[in-house]
Design a protein around this ligand. Sequence first.
Ligand code: NAD
Length: 519
Amino acid sequence: MALQRPASLSDAFLERLVQRVPSTSGGSWKLTEVYTGDLLVELPQSAPEDVAAAYARAREVQRDWAATPLKDRLAVFKRAHTLFLDHAQTTTDLIQAESGKNRRMAIEETCDPVMVMSHYLKRAPHLLKPVRRGGPIPLVSSSTEIRQPKGIVGIIAPWNFPFATGISDSISALMAGNGIVLKPDNKTALSPLYGVQLLEEAGLPRGLFQVVCGEGPDVGPALIDHANYVMFTGSTATGRTIGERAGRNLIGCCLELGGKNPMIVLEDADPDEVVQGLMFGAFGNTGQICMHIERVYLPRSQYADYRRRIVAATEALTLGASYDFGPDVGSLVSPDHRDRVRAHVEDAVAKGARVLTGGRVRPDLGPAFFEPTVLEGVTQDMLAGVTETFGPVVALHAYDTVDEAVALANDTDYGLNASVWGGDLDQACAVGRRIESGNVNVNDILATAFASKGTPSGGVKQSGVGARHGDQGMLKYTDTQNLAVLKKQVMGARPGQDYDQYVKGMLGGLKMMRRTRIR
Ligand code: NAD
């Protein structure tokens, strides 16, 4: 039976969604339904002049927004929280149609902005409150740390979690008084456009959140050149380009980049939980999660048993195109990406790796399907051994000692996420602390770290600069103003005062200041 597109995704609805994308050239990009390759909508393409105009408009609106009392700004997000949950099914339909992921992952993605809103609704009043600090001279001076919005934040988002990266990363910036110009990936512009529509329905001033669309190299430079700060999520290669340009412009940026994430299984781990966890870790979102697992290190004494269980569990996964909760695994995002994943597997096999299961494209299911694949014998001279595959492909390795497992896990340029499994939590945490990674999940793959919105989450090494979530996930979108007040001019010698006397008094005062609690 032919796949039925969800009724919510009518042509009229999709055309209305893309209307807000500015395009003076009139150029467009064919945005397709991944499962079928059919056209969903012609997505307008913005020129650099459109990007400049989007910033100018956002800037006009942002001045009033920054002057709006914080409690009124936050009230918008309280309403948005409800609206986002009320419309979760439509958002899920959009995410599935544009990305090809299965429904289980798509519905989880719709929950991310809601969780981020919940966290910062509680935390923002504390983080954005002016903090009075002591001045240099007790009692007569003070210094206050004031958090001011940076202005307009340029956000560049990838296709793998378009709604989460496009909308969640804007929430703390908006709450802090900034405006946004977002550039989603062309393939996945619909769900973030819908998110902006919902935010406006909740009361976000129109114009404050702009969306521009285009290929990265075409609109990227203008997007960075007009921004006061850039929030980028994507590949390490593009992150380097973005970081260089932001550096030249002397603006800050946060770069959330790729990974080659390891999983270490300790001898006392629960095998059932390990195998179940790995099915999500390797194949969730069709292996297109920045924090997903591509390398598994198993104790040599248990390797054969794990290998058998992992292959059996992988072969039991269902793969398919469906807008219901049926399939365990969905499609890759595009035929181009499918070819990249296939190239990694072919390269590994040509250099001596073995395919334990999977390894084939599945045109019978749709244009971009690739089977969940388990490899063995992957080495560092293979693409799949060192660079991010970003598909449903995982390599199994045996280790003899925990030290060896840690060394292998760390033998990478990346440092985004790692997963350690063990019965003795103290020992598992001790192993986790030795891994050079911004996120480490013990007895989980990634969700425990990523859903802990109170803790910063980011990559180390080539996996990124800065973090989202936690206090710094909001404070990075602010500048600090040090507002210092001197009640009476007492610094420096008074007219006619002997300078030796003045210095004596000053040195005595410094001694006293260290001892006293007055600041
Ligand atoms: P990508 O780097 O190709 O593209 C990301 C975004 O950057 C897209 O919107 C793209 O159009 C834009 N872009 C490309 N070239 C640009 C340029 N020169 N100037 C400005 N913008 C440009 O990445 P992708 O293939 O879309 O996404 C997958 C990658 O993202 C993977 O490496 C994955 O690990 C990473 N990722 C990281 C995180 C994280 O939190 N660390 C989260 C999701 C995805």
